[in-house]
Design a protein around this ligand. Structure first.
Ligand code: FPP
Length: 274
């Protein structure tokens, strides 16, 4: 959190709030359903795409705040598998925005030691966005600070279908039909997020009480935080409020104490309690 305090004025609203946050109990992985871009634009009599543009600014601010705080993983729901149903011009604006964001922000990602990754059915992305994404992933792969994981053309059900199909493909080659077997660890190990710990905190903006097909398996024990703030207005202060609220929760994982369940099928060896 040192990098955060460097930019906070002692005694300011965010300084007071940040002082209340215990750096030893930060969520390792924060996932965000960025909702409310359309409503933000509507309230200003602007086209919906103006809301998405302002949303990209909130992405920039949130990535920087997470990096300064020392959050290890941030997964952002940027385009769902269902978002293709929107009008064509909105869909193409969203992909163009991603393209522009990646171009513009690359130096900032490096400055904050951010590594970029992505999950979803990425093969179906428009070529320009996919190429820019691949270039940014490649360019930041040696950074070892915050990992920003963009969920693009992502659906939680798609992810489970893809995981099961991978398991079937692997097992059918070598196991006798009677011994085919799927278990929790096996499923976790075949998810798009297999290299990430499950989210500790799931934030949804704009007040809707839904999970919208996001990380269905992984949020089994995530703490949910829903704020009325519309995504384009979301800033460091709102993130600090969410984390302060998270730290008040008593996480029991179905048991009676704070001890997390044993890790299952995880590749990343994350020491944080989940
Ligand atoms: C939901 O708001 C938001 C989206 C479908 C897209 C999220 C995209 C961005 C934040 C901008 C670009 C992203 C990156 C990573 C640069 P909505 O349109 O459903 O809002 P509404 O419910 O108010 O209509």
């Amino acid at each position: 959190m040192k990098a955060l305090f460097e930019e906070l004025r002692p005694g300011s609203k965010d300084w007071v709030l940040a002082k209340k946050i215990d750096p030893r109990r930060l969520p390792a992985h924060i996932a965000v359903i960025m909702d409310g871009n359309g409503r933000w634009a509507k309230r200003r009599n602007l086209p919906r795409v103006a809301g998405h543009k302002a949303g990209a600014e909130a992405v920039r601010a949130t990535v920087e705040a997470c990096a300064r705080l020392g959050i290890r993983f941030l997964t952002l729901y940027a385009f769902s598998a269902e978002n293709w149903k929107r009008p064509q011009d909105e869909v193409s604006t969203l992909w163009r925005l991603l393209h522009v964001y990646l171009r513009k922000e690359l130096s900032n990602l490096h400055k904050h030691n951010v590594r970029l990754t992505a999950i979803g059915r990425l093969d179906a992305l428009p070529a320009a966005a996919r190429e820019e994404l691949e270039a940014a992933i490649q360019a930041t792969q040696a950074n070892d600070g915050l990992q920003v994981n963009l969920a693009l053309n992502y659906g939680g059900r798609n992810e489970l279908v893809d995981a099961f199909n991978e398991i079937l493909k692997e097992q059918c080659g070598r196991a006798a039909p009677g011994s085919l077997r799927v278990d929790e660890a096996g499923i976790s190990a075949h998810l798009y997020t297999r290299h990430l710990p499950d989210p500790d905190l799931l934030i949804r903006t704009s007040g809707e009480m839904r999970v919208s097909n996001f990380l269905l398996w992984q949020i089994a024990y995530s703490e949910l935080y829903v704020t009325e703030v519309l995504w384009p207005d979301f800033r460091r202060h709102d993130l600090l409020l969410a984390i302060a609220d998270f730290q008040k929760r008593d996480r029991r994982f179905g048991g009676l104490s704070r001890v997390p369940p044993a890790r299952q099928g995880r590749a990343c060896g994350d020491p944080h309690p989940r």
